[in-house]
Design a binder for this molecule. Structure first.
Ligand code: SAM
Length: 243
């Protein structure tokens, strides 16, 4: 299969998102650990436990960034399988390639610049498609969901790991205070980039609630859609199948 490159269109939101991630690419992993208190590792590990991937299968990580999810899936599909790590941003993709190479994850991983809204892969290519903390940044989410559903093989599943909306009693005010005060402050002090982390907090607040995302997934043609709240709904893992 030719997993070719494609031109990335420059819409206004896409340009802003690109600027944010170019700015954060270098200290992205450090910021993830600081911002989530290391919890992002637990959320990703749970996601990996749900892929159902077996040796020899094919997986796609969309908006893969520094490649944590892709690295785990590469282990699951083994040397006879294949994982594609994709991102819209060349700087992030380069970080991902370096990170995986340093971790010794080589041989069954390929890299490709790709917009989630228009994945440049043939229909029915993958057993599992993941997008971790990426859908929030996509301009046309419906298009991205359709595109990810299209490249799934029949029976394959899409896993969406994303910030969501706290459901645990009493958590919301604490969480809001954290995301609108502590987060921008961390961004300023550690990443020297307050604006990007303010954007992050706003993009999380605007993201569809758990049930709304389920409805969007169904709209995109996915079946058996459901979700699992993590950390009281701060994060949710959504799952849907292509039948
Ligand atoms: N999946 C990684 C993780 O969980 O650590 C990276 C997540 S990072 C917060 C979001 C990524 O989405 C960035 O690398 C960004 O470049 C990418 N991104 C934003 N818009 C995108 C789009 N339309 N298509 C593909 N990737 C996109």
């Amino acid at each position: 299969t030719d997993f070719g490159y494609q031109e990335v269109p420059k819409t206004e939101k896409a340009a802003r998102v690109r600027a944010v991630f170019e700015s954060v690419a270098g200290n992205y992993d450090l910021m993830n650990d600081l911002m989530s208190g290391g919890a992002h590792r637990v959320w990703k590990r749970f996601t990996l436990s749900q892929t159902g991937l077996r040796p020899g299968q094919r997986a796609l990580d969309v908006a893969g960034g520094t490649g944590d999810i892709a690295a785990g899936m590469a282990q699951q599909v083994g040397s006879t399988g294949l994982v594609l790590l994709t991102d819209i941003n060349a700087a992030m993709l380069a970080e991902g390639r370096d990170a995986l190479t340093n971790r010794g994850v080589v041989g069954n991983v390929r890299y490709s610049l790709a917009n989630a809204e228009r994945l440049p892969f043939p229909d029915s290519s993958f057993d599992c498609v993941t997008i971790g903390f990426g859908l929030r940044n996509v301009t046309d989410k419906a298009a991205a969901l359709r595109s990810m559903a299209r490249v799934l093989k029949p029976g394959g599943q899409l896993l969406i790991l994303e910030f969501s909306h706290p459901v645990a009693p009493g958590l919301k005010p604490i969480y809001d205070a954290y995301s609108f005060s502590v987060l921008p402050w961390l961004g300023k002090v550690v990443a020297k980039d307050e604006a990007s982390y303010r954007y992050l907090a706003e993009s999380i607040r605007r993201f569809p609630e758990q049930e709304a995302l389920v409805a969007m997934m169904q709209e995109a043609g996915l079946d058996n859609c459901r979700y699992h709240n993590l950390s009281g709904g701060i994060v949710a893992l959504h799952r849907g199948y292509r039948l």
